[in-house]
Design a binder for this molecule. Sequence first.
Ligand SMILES: C[S@@+](CC[C@H](N)C(=O)[O-])C[C@H]1O[C@@H](n2cnc3c(N)ncnc32)[C@H](O)[C@@H]1O
Length: 383
Amino acid sequence: MINEYVAKTFHGLEGVLEEELKELGATRTKQLKRAVAFEGDLEFLYKANLHLRTALRILHPLGSELVRNQKELYNFAKSINWLRWFSPEQTFSISANVFNAPAFNNSAFVALKVKDAVVDQFRDIKGKRPSVDKENPDVRIDVHIYKDKCTISIDSSGESLHRRGYRSSGHRAPLNEVLAAGMIMLAGWDKKETLIDPFCGTGTILVEAGLYACNIAPNIKRKVFGFFYWKNFDEKLWEGVWLDARGSERRSDVMLIGTDVSPKVIDYTRDHVTNAKLDDNVRLMVKKFEHMVPPTSGGMVITNPPYGERLDRVEVEELYSVIGDKLKQDYAGYTAWIISSVEKFNKYIGLRPSKKLVLFNGGLECRYLKYELYKGTREVEKK
Ligand SMILES: C[S@@+](CC[C@H](N)C(=O)[O-])C[C@H]1O[C@@H](n2cnc3c(N)ncnc32)[C@H](O)[C@@H]1O
């Protein structure tokens, strides 16, 4: 049976997510705000959860209705056949988002109303009710209200899909895996040219690039998806999808180079690279960017330098101007993509970007800028 699904993502990644969906075989895709709608059968839903690099979660909308007050919201939520999806022995949670809806200005209250409707339906029909578990529920329900239109969905992913299962450490400021994968795709990296992250931190960009180059499904190591808990979970179908993904992994000769000034984060990165089975492709070094010399063959730099949390204004300006100088001196033949929330960081870098994108990293607005470093750039920029 073909259903409509909605894959959610970050602002700015809608285009690459739609491309991924089409490549995976989705028909009838449509870009929305921070999301892409698509159609597919149950097998495709399993595939999408396993393979999509730029999706945060995939929702299965169960209905949309106009609701003008609490009573109408409750009635709509109760009209959905919840018993078809899960049983009273399972736990659930509700997340609600409300936009431009004066009748429902409190999303916590919306979640409570829908919870009441779900619980009442189970009690009326089964005589017992499922419990709410806000931390680790079996089933997650999503409520979205825009003006007076309410959509209620069941979440097929469970925990956010950025939790790939290769990260073992809790470093303070890692890039979200979905954002890192999106940056690699937005950069148009061809999976073959050398890729360098000179401020690699815990290695998110390197690992996401390696998985992409080796055609390894980003969530192949995840133990649990939300759809495992649905009544219609087809274990055989899922096993087939998982085995197909394993079978289409391939070796790659691509070189991924990561450096960072901190020995501790390089240790974390080494763990992540090993967990993701990418040791053959990744070279790591403890090194200051200032002392790093890239291979002369050319390639791509994708990086996320420090952004002022630990550095004061002057240090930030100095660092970004050193980045600009080094790129000019040593990176001829490379294309560099730099993401940062430092305001107007391009001014300190002092090179002309050929592309400027806006992305968000953990809620911080960032610029993602492209620099093409031709041989002779230094002379041109100096004039
Ligand atoms: C924003 S974090 C990068 C996070 C990374 N993208 C991740 O996913 O974990 C910036 C990194 O730059 C490193 N760093 C700071 N100054 C440096 C320098 N001069 N040379 C090399 N690395 C530096 C820090 O140790 C930190 O790990």
